[in-house]
Design a protein around this ligand. Structure first.
Ligand SMILES: C[S@@+](CC[C@H](N)C(=O)[O-])C[C@H]1O[C@@H](n2cnc3c(N)ncnc32)[C@H](O)[C@@H]1O
Length: 285
């Protein structure tokens, strides 16, 4: 059996009892370590699980999946995914390959950023399409996410923006020279995301949002030092949310008066929050 085990969002203790039982008895345990990260390192997980864990980077999962699946017809293999195995990550290739090989698959769900973001106080029902923000470069500033946000905004829905993670990436030079030298990991911050969003609005100029649109920055959701900050996009370009991981919510118009009051509690500045609210938002009853 191939078990896809969700680890939850913060630390080693977020695994479910069901998940832990699988981890303890599996023949091999892989930790998917490139689409999201826990806020503790592998050694802490190993100490808690009482066994060793193999880190599975993108290369192993995408090119070497047969190595992961080896023996799974006769023994249990655990594949650990931070958050929920099917929350904003699917690993569908691994699942399809397992199916092809006649391996049974079981999923053990856990909290995902897709649901835990409800801690910001907004109804999950009123979120539209989730988008991903990648690190812009001098020559590459993809803006397809802007079209998705435009659709969400047009019907008043909030947008959850998930932020880029770069782990085990090679520089262009090392890639071209075939050198397996990796850059230090990088995790996009709320401030970088807000700045890139404003950069895209400047370029596309369709008025989907602006510097005074309201947004919420969320850091380390589920951890003891979870942090939420509300403000205009311009304010958020200067906010320091601390350690990764970060996400951002662009507020939609379908925000209830009570939700507004809740969010305002963690506003950077109550006065700019109120001014922006009057300009961009209407409340539902
Ligand atoms: C591919 S998604 C997460 C998928 C994961 N399987 C899940 O269910 O949560 C990774 C992105 O989600 C966001 N994220 C994940 N965990 C987070 C957390 N605890 N706090 C804030 N943002 C988080 C970050 O933007 C991160 O780059």
């Amino acid at each position: 059996m191939l078990y896809l085990v969700g680890l939850g969002l913060a630390d080693e203790t977020d695994i479910t009892i069901k998940g832990l039982e699988v981890v303890k008895r599996a023949e091999r345990v892989y930790l998917e370590a490139y689409t999201s990260i826990l806020l503790v390192d592998k050694e802490k997980l190993e100490a808690f699980y009482g066994r060793s864990v193999i880190v599975a980077d993108r290369e192993l999962v995408e090119i070497g999946s047969d190595e992961i699946l080896q023996g799974a017809n006769d023994a249990d293999i655990a594949f650990l995914v931070v958050g929920d195995p099917f929350g904003a990550t699917t690993h569908i290739d691994l699942v399809l390959r397992a199916r092809e090989l006649g391996i049974n698959i079981k999923t053990i769900p856990n909290a995902s950023i897709m649901s835990a973001i409800g801690c910001a106080g907004l109804q999950l029902y009123n979120f539209g399409q989730t988008v991903s923000m990648v690190f812009f470069t001098e020559t590459w500033k993809p803006s397809s996410y802007y079209d998705r946000i435009k659709e969400n905004v047009s019907i008043g829905l909030h947008t959850l923006v998930l932020l880029d993670i770069k782990v085990k990436e090679q520089s262009l030079e090392n890639l071209l020279k075939g050198r397996k030298i990796y850059e230090p990991p990088r995790y996009m911050t709320v401030a970088q995301c807000a700045a890139q969003m404003l950069n895209t609005e400047d370029e596309r100029n369709e008025g989907v949002y602006g510097p005074d649109s309201l947004a919420i920055g969320a850091a380390r959701v589920g951890a003891p030092d979870q942090k939420l900050v509300a403000g205009t996009l311009k304010e958020l370009t200067e906010v320091d949310m601390g350690h990764p991981l970060h996400s951002l919510i662009l507020l939609g118009k379908r925000t209830h008066e009570l939700e507004k009051d809740f969010i305002r509690e963690f506003a950077v500045d109550g006065a700019t929050f109120d001014a922006s609210w009057s300009k961009w938002y209407q409340t539902t009853s």
